[in-house]
Structure formats: C-alpha cells, structure tokens
Write a protein that binds this ligand. Structure first.
Ligand SMILES: [Mn+2]
Length: 366
C-alpha cells in the first residue's frame, strides 16, 4: 500500500492570468531535454519555446512529504483495488465537452445546464450523453469541493441513464494529489476546515493544511475519486485530455499513460519525474494551442490518426480568450475559455460532438 505524497518540483510555467494567450509562452526547460532532442526533427514548431526552469526546494518539501505521509497513514485503509477505469468508448451518439472550472461551482452549474445535461436542480437529464470535463476543477476559485461533489453525483446518475461523466485528471488535480498546493485558495481550504494561507497563491504554502492534504491522499475521499479517473480518453475517434498530446507521446498507448499517471499519484512511481509532471506530457503540453502553420498541424493530425486511430483532439488548459477554438475543421479543439470568475471570467461554453449519418457534427454552445 502506498502512502507517499511527493511534492512536485517548483515550476515557473503556471501562467499568470493576464488573459493573453501570448503571455503563456514562458520559457521552459524540459526534464528530458537530452532524450527529447532525437525527436526534435519531427515537428520542430511543436517543440519551440517549451522549456521550464526546474528548481528543487529541499527543506520544505521534505517536511511536506512527511506530513502527507502521516495524514495518509491516519486515513482509512484503501479498499481493494478498483477495476481499471475504461479509457476507450465506441458508438457514443452525443458528447459534451467542458473545460477548466477552477473552483467556480456556479459556472459549472451554468455550463452543464447550457449543454442540456443537467436541469435546474443539478440532476442528470443527459440520457446516454457522455460528458467529458477535461480537468482542472481544482484551484484558484473557492468552490471546487462543491464542483467535485456535483460531478461525483452526476457520474452515478449518468451511469444509470446509460450515459457517462468523465472527469479527466488535469495538471491541478495532479498537483493537489502530489502535495503541490501553490494554487489552492482559502475558500477551498475552508471547505476542509483548513487555512487560511499564510503565503500568497502561487507560492509554496509549506507543510500545512493536513485535513486538506488527507482528503487528496490516495486513501482520502477526493484522492480516491481522482484515482478512478483517466488523464487521456478516447470516445469514438476523438481524443480528450487536459493539456495536449505532444509528438513525443504520440506512440504511447492510452492505457499505459493513464496507468502511469495513476501510479505516480499513488506514490508507486516518482510523481516529480513521470508522465504527470512532464511539461511535454498530456497534463501540461501547450504546443498544440499555439498558432501552428496549417501544414504543421495537418502533419500532426495525420500522425495522430496513424498512431492513435483518432481523427480529432480536444483539450483544455490553455485559455482561449475569444471562446472555444476549432482548427482544421474541428479536428483540433481548444475548449478552456477561462470560465471561472477566478481566471478570465469567460462566458460558459461547451463543445458538442454529435454523430450523424454524415459523420460527426460539432457545435459550440455559449
Ligand atoms: Mn491546466
């Protein structure tokens, strides 16, 4: 049984919320710069400008690790390992995709109603619809606990109706479970009887908030829930994930990526150096949100089809201040509109993908 709660390396690539996508292109240094160079000639534009300076702070992290371990130890022991969550679905007639929520429960309620999957009482009316939330329910805003509770309830209701709710693991779910609480708000802490922070959001709060950390430990209520989720999901021939699938990950099997992320979150693998923390990994990658040359994007999509059997990729993570962005006829979709009032307060928006006799029909509701 795992009780490890490792802290991520301090990172500088979490963007300031200036509202301009250009400001997100901060300098980064990959953990894998040597191993990567052999892949660099695939799509050089996709690699440009993703370097993250990694600084490791030892003292505080050690204390955090110990505290996280103690909290996890005191939590009830884990239930027998749940079945591996299904990460590939076929024959789905209607998909609704919703991007980053960041602690804004009201905006989550609004967007789910807008897309016709819940009623005014927050009950599932989506029937056999598959709802995909592409990660980052947590951090910044105050009400992520309520948002998670709603998604938990809807998972059950949708399942009974023959539909599904897929809450994918975003970089902020990963950070919280890995003990990196730099972006946790006072409201989120208060929901677990913890806080307030002594340091500003964006800085390391130190080894504090044991009740919050315990809830996100692998055996805690919310940590256990997150571990039933995937990072990457395929429905029909569309791939969904939080950040993006960079060229160096194209050849990896979904199952293996999802198992890796979960193993890192369980402490069975080092969370600081695995798939979940990799700036080029599916939780963080921003290369596909850049304004790529059409031929570069077309070459990427051809590779995506060949390696993953997918015709389309849908991602959150990189705020689109003009609303949901569709490129190449919707084969690439960027659905994080910064709808949280604690990010950009963008208009709640979702992407609908509906199967018709002529193929998939995409529409945006706003
Ligand atoms: Mn994100």
């Amino acid at each position: 049984m795992s009780t490890q709660s490792p802290m991520l390396p301090s990172r500088t690539d979490e963007p300031a919320l200036a509202g301009r996508s250009g400001s997100f292109r901060s300098a980064r240094k990959s953990y894998y710069s040597d191993a990567m160079s052999q892949d660099m000639n695939l799509h050089p534009r996709l690699w440009r400008g993703h370097r993250c300076f990694v600084a490791v702070i030892v003292g505080g992290l050690l204390a955090c690790g110990l505290l996280g371990r103690a909290a996890a130890d005191s939590a009830p022991s884990a239930a027998p390992a749940a079945a591996t969550p299904q990460d590939s679905f076929a024959g789905v007639a209607r998909i609704v995709a919703v991007g980053d929520i960041h602690g804004d429960f009201e905006r989550l309620q609004q967007v789910l109603r807008l897309c016709g999957v819940t009623d005014a009482q927050d009950q599932w009316i989506g029937g056999k619809t598959h709802l995909v939330q592409t990660g980052d329910v947590l951090d910044r805003g105050p009400d992520s606990r309520k948002a998670m509770d709603l998604l938990m309830a809807l998972e059950q209701q949708a399942h009974k109706a023959g539909g599904a709710v897929h809450a994918l693991i975003g970089n902020h779910e990963f950070m919280n479970m890995a003990g990196d609480l730099r972006y946790v708000s006072n409201g989120e802490l208060a929901a677990f009887g913890a806080g307030p922070r002594a340091t500003p959001v964006g800085s390391d709060p130190g080894a504090e908030f044991p009740s919050y950390r315990a809830a996100f430990a692998p055996t805690g209520k919310y940590g256990k829930w997150i571990l039933t989720h995937n990072a990457v999901l395929k429905i029909n021939d569309t791939l969904f994930m939080h950040g993006g699938l960079s060229p160096r990950y194209l050849n990896r099997k979904l199952r293996e990526l999802n198992e890796s992320v979960r193993a890192e979150l369980k402490g069975q693998r080092d969370a600081r150096t695995g798939v979940g923390a990799d700036p080029e990994g599916p939780l963080w990658y921003r290369g596909l949100a850049e304004s790529l040359q059409p031929q570069v994007l077309q070459a990427y999509l051809a590779d995506l089809g060949r390696t993953q059997g997918a015709q389309r990729i849908v991602m959150g993570h990189t705020i689109q201040d003009q609303g949901i962005t569709l490129r190449e006829g919707g084969r690439l979709a960027l659905i994080d509109v910064g709808m949280s009032r604690w990010t950009l307060s963008g208009a709640p928006s979702c992407l609908l993908i509906e199967r018709t006799a002529k193929g998939d029909e995409l529409s945006v509701r706003k």
